[in-house]
Design a protein around this ligand. Sequence first.
Ligand SMILES: *Cc1c(COP(=O)(O)O)cnc(C)c1O
Length: 391
Amino acid sequence: MTIPYGRQTISEADVQAVADVLRSDFLTQGPVVPAFESAIANYCGARHALAVNSATSALHIACLALKVGIGDVVWTTPITFVASANCAVYCGADVDFVDIDPATYNMSVERLEEKLIQAEVAGKLPKVVIPVHLCGQPCEMEAIHALSQKYGFSIIEDASHAIGGRYKGEPIGNCRYSDITVFSFHPVKIITTGEGGMVLTNDVKLASHMERLRSHGITRDPSQMTKTPDGPWYYQQIELGFNYRMTDIQAALGLSQLKNLDKFVARRHVLADSYNELLKDCAVTTPWQHKDGYSGLHLYVIRLHLDPIKVRHREVFERLRVAGIGVNLHYIPVYRQPFYERRGYNPDDFPAAEKYYSEAISLPMYPELTESQQKEIVHRLITPIGHQTLF
Ligand SMILES: *Cc1c(COP(=O)(O)O)cnc(C)c1O
């Protein structure tokens, strides 16, 4: 049996919650989506939360609401899923990357500041910066926010990995240091709705704009219309939007999953502690934890110390896969994707991301993983067939 790198945990209560919606009057645009939205807003301490059909959609409407368009530049980290960059391209903007911090693997604040100084001279400051809380580990949001004040950019936190985590004692998603925060509810993430995402903000204008964008650019609010309504049927499309709505079926699953969120994250911490212990004498770097943060621990990424022993990253990876252990690599630097390569980036500009890519392996991490599976995983990692020890 293959152990995946991540998977959902579904309870009987989750199944029941979904079945209840299937037997109700509304499969979509009913009461459960707003109930899920307020539950997430309350949990995170944000004023507004809007459910959408994916974090990719969430990032798209977040960029649009922040007026990203042709001629603008958006910066993100190269070590992320492609969606963190694609959202800017959807809007016609250019994307650039800020190298990662070699210890945290998140966007480096030092590199960000250097790049801002250069960009100011060149007259090419970013409109929006998208820090990603990689693996659930919070970015240095206070420092990034201070830079946004100085250089005049907006911030979208891509918290796809990070729901349930905390930064400086407060929930990730409260948007204290950003304009908008985005969550993903894909099944490998911390809680799931099948497919789904959420945008959070404390700004009522951004919220109502994103609400319109997720539903065709249509409003039923007379104060947003160009004239008084023709009658009770009336609505207006006042801009080009999309159908990015979440269904009530999905929201019911999300609302039910949310009840277990703290338990899921606590379990991930137990598993991380157990990996840390099992790996303590191995030639690997275990994940650094932010002293001001509580990670959602979506991923448990180790880095192999390869230089002294001449074992290739790829061999270790393949050996684990052959043994039925679904290790993964999060992520291929986005600028190495052919779509982005064609847009002309130089890997030499991102030495920390390049080194990370040559050493990183995500070990399986999900609440139902067992301690005995972890022992098996670590055993396979350190003991190649026919040899005693690898490292
Ligand atoms: C998963 C993920 C996304 C996209 O989420 P979807 O809900 O699948 O669209 C975006 N950014 C990051 C960092 C992710 O891990």
